[in-house]
Design a protein around this ligand. Structure first.
Ligand code: KG4
Ligand code: ZN
Length: 341
């Protein structure tokens, strides 16, 4: 039985996971650095890299222990090797390479975005091709997933990632980091129609997106308000999340048009992945929206939407099954588009 050890260290979560050839997640350990970055209300790359160094060995030991697997039983080691904060990426990929070198096992460099992109195949076993909305703290793009390593970007944000917009608006409202889950919680108690925010490039006729003007508009509103109490915070959170829902709904329909032009997909699956895919409101809105076009929306469980090592192990498994190993002199990449794979 193939057994893959996956390592994730591209942002502020140190992860190690053990996944089997028949898609069982035997362990999926995450040590979060949220507390270390909280005072800065954002991820500090230097702190992240040092923290990965401190935590990685412990995380791997825990993943092996929980899965009752000995290091010698591992078939191959897959590590996020980009894109991301380069310090952390280097820590994870060098650790994996060293283990592979000592144990004489294959090393597989995994693109973090491919990890997010393939998660729905781990959880729901969906076939290729499918349309993907990758929505995280660093990325926001519509991708036609045509096969392993075959990705076509149909549209993307021209400025901020959608998760980044959630985080920045949360910061303006003095909510804790990461902001996405906090905005979602507050939005439940607010009026989504209280404030009207702009939907930049909504009529551009393609599936490119922009969130920067929306973010600025929230800042302008906050500066104009005399006092900000809980009711105001809840209403801003709800109105902001509603606007994001409107933008993504409109753009997902544009993405379906582009997708249908390049592929004949009988399954009509749309996957939403990345941290923002954990948002229940967006799952519901987007699910209803695509149903009207006969597509079904698939989203991984929350623990596999946000950064984790099981998705890296799984992407490694698909690569292993296709004989796609990586030489040990591979250089980790801070930037690495899915289209380069
Ligand atoms: O995929 P991820 O864990 O890390 C990156 O690769 O960026 O995504 C993290 C992003 C953060 O911006 C976070 O605020 C956002 O995902 N996020 C959410 C939710 N949970 C996480 N955004 C909206 N609603 C959520 N429930
Ligand atoms: Zn991610």
């Amino acid at each position: 039985m193939t057994i893959i050890l996956g390592i994730e260290s591209s942002c502020d979560d140190t992860g190690a996971a053990v996944v089997t050839g028949d898609r069982r997640v035997l362990s999926n350990i995450i040590i979060s650095q949220n507390a270390e970055h909280a005072d800065f209300q954002g991820v500090v790359p230097e702190i992240a890299a040092r923290s990965h160094l401190t935590n990685l060995e412990k995380t791997i030991r825990q993943a092996l222990a929980e899965s009752k697997t000995e290091l010698e039983q591992i078939t191959a080691i897959a590590a996020t090797s980009g894109p991301g904060l380069i310090g952390g990426v280097i820590v994870g990929s060098m650790f994996a390479k060293s283990l592979c070198s000592v144990l004489n096992k294959p090393f597989i460099a995994v693109n973090h975005l491919e990890g997010h992109a393939l998660t729905a195949r781990l959880t729901d076993n969906i076939p290729y091709p499918y349309l993907l909305l990758l929505a995280s703290g660093g990325h926001c793009q519509f991708v036609a997933v045509l096969g392993l390593g075959k990705y076509k970007i149909l549209g993307a944000t021209i400025d901020d990632a959608v998760g980044e917009a959630f985080d920045k608006v949360a910061k303006m409202l003095s909510l804790p980091f990461p902001g996405g889950p906090e905005i979602e919680k507050r939005a439940k108690f607010g009026d989504p129609h209280k404030y009207k925010f702009p939907k930049p490039i909504i009529n551009s006729g393609d599936c490119n997106m922009s969130f920067s003007g929306l973010k600025t508009s929230v800042r302008t509103l906050i500066m104009s308000l005399q006092a900000i109490d809980d009711t105001v915070i809840n209403d801003i959170a709800a109105s902001f999340q509603f606007t994001i829902g409107e933008i993504l709904s409109s753009k997902i329909l544009e993405a379906i048009k582009s997708y249908a032009q390049i592929t004949n997909d009988p399954h009509k699956n749309i996957v939403i992945a990345g941290g923002v895919a954990a948002n229940k409101y967006l799952q519901e809105i987007l699910g209803d929206c695509v149903k009207a076009r006969d597509y079904q929306l698939i989203y991984p469980p929350t623990s596999l939407c946000t950064d984790n090592a099981a998705m890296i192990a799984y992407a490694g498994l698909e690569r292993y099954n296709n004989g796609l190993f990586t030489p040990l002199n591979f250089c980790p990449k801070a930037r690495w588009s899915l289209e380069e794979l």
